[in-house]
Design a protein around this ligand. Structure first.
Ligand code: DX5
Ligand code: ZN
Length: 214
């Protein structure tokens, strides 16, 4: 299991130190939640802050857009050379065009599905992307309760991926921790995002990240 700590739960007053600590603690990706106050009822960070994260990060960035104007945000984050940029299918009229644009910038395209969105919504896009991000909470905030229906959704998606694009990864985001990591692994999840579990762990980030590498 790959682990992508979400910096949404980090101490923003010491953000560089926090990023270095999760990189040293074994993070595989640094998950960056970009919220615009329109697609979700919360506002987070833009390219200025993320460029400071990118400077100290020794692991690749995984940028999760929760915004209305995806193409605009792809343009402003692309110069930071993230490994992944993911966008919500619910907010994109021309997903294939956006996927092609992300790939042309040298970035791996990924699509996010909200808790209610079935995997069939991206059936005809699976061959074109490198990762699917399944939300296991309503997007917008860290520290929410895990929505268990994502387990069934992962199993369905896994079958589709095996038939169409076996190298495409499945990532799950929201409410992930020690209580559900095994069931996510069994369902076929490749990458977990974890915010409050990692940054709130009393035994430290390294211990928390390792506990998710099942
Ligand atoms: C929610 C974000 C998540 C969030 C996860 O919209 O996409 O990445 O940081 O936080 P936890 O792990 O605390 O649920
Ligand atoms: Zn996220």
């Amino acid at each position: 299991m790959l682990v992508a700590p979400s910096i949404l739960s980090a101490d923003f007053g010491r953000l560089n130190e926090e990023v270095m600590a999760i990189c040293d603690g074994g993070a595989d990706l640094i998950h960056v939640d970009v919220m615009d106050g329109h697609f979700v009822p919360n506002l987070t960070i833009g390219p200025l802050v993320v460029s400071s994260v990118a400077k100290v990060a020794t692991k690749p960035l995984d940028i999760h857009l929760m915004v209305e104007n995806n193409s605009f945000f792809v343009d402003i984050f692309a110069p930071l050379k993230p490994k992944y940029i993911s966008f919500h299918i619910e907010e994109e009229k021309h997903p294939l065009r956006l996927i092609q644009k992300i790939r042309s910038l040298g970035i791996s395209p990924a699509i996010v599905l909200n808790p209610h969105t079935p995997p069939e919504a991206i059936e005809f896009l699976l061959e074109d992307i490198d990762m699917v991000l399944l939300m296991s909470v309503n997007p917008g905030f860290g520290g929410q309760k895990f929505i268990a229906s994502v387990v069934e959704k992962t199993k369905r998606l896994k079958k589709m991926i095996e038939a169409q694009n076996p190298s495409c990864l499945i990532e799950v985001d929201g409410g992930v921790g020690i209580k559900n990591i095994e069931i996510l692994k069994e369902a076929g999840v490749d990458v977990v995002v974890a915010g409050s579990y990692v940054f709130g762990h009393i035994e430290g980030y390294k211990y928390a990240i390792e506990s998710l590498k099942v």
